[in-house]
Design a protein. Structure first.
Length: 51
């Protein structure tokens, strides 16, 4: 089956001021979520945890 490419046109100029503010708050919230949910991988340098 052949997949068709679909394009989404997203024009910020079509939004009202209140919609822009709402979008801004959602984007900031999402970025904060991503920042808080980072997975930190700690590497033990020179240490063997097998015993």
């Amino acid at each position: 089956m052949k997949k068709e490419a679909s394009k989404v046109i997203f024009d910020l100029s079509e939004l009202t001021l209140s919609e822009l503010v709402s979008l801004y708050e959602k984007v900031i919230g999402f970025l904060q979520y991503l920042d808080e949910s980072k997975i930190v991988i700690e590497e033990n340098k020179g240490e063997d945890s097998n015993g």
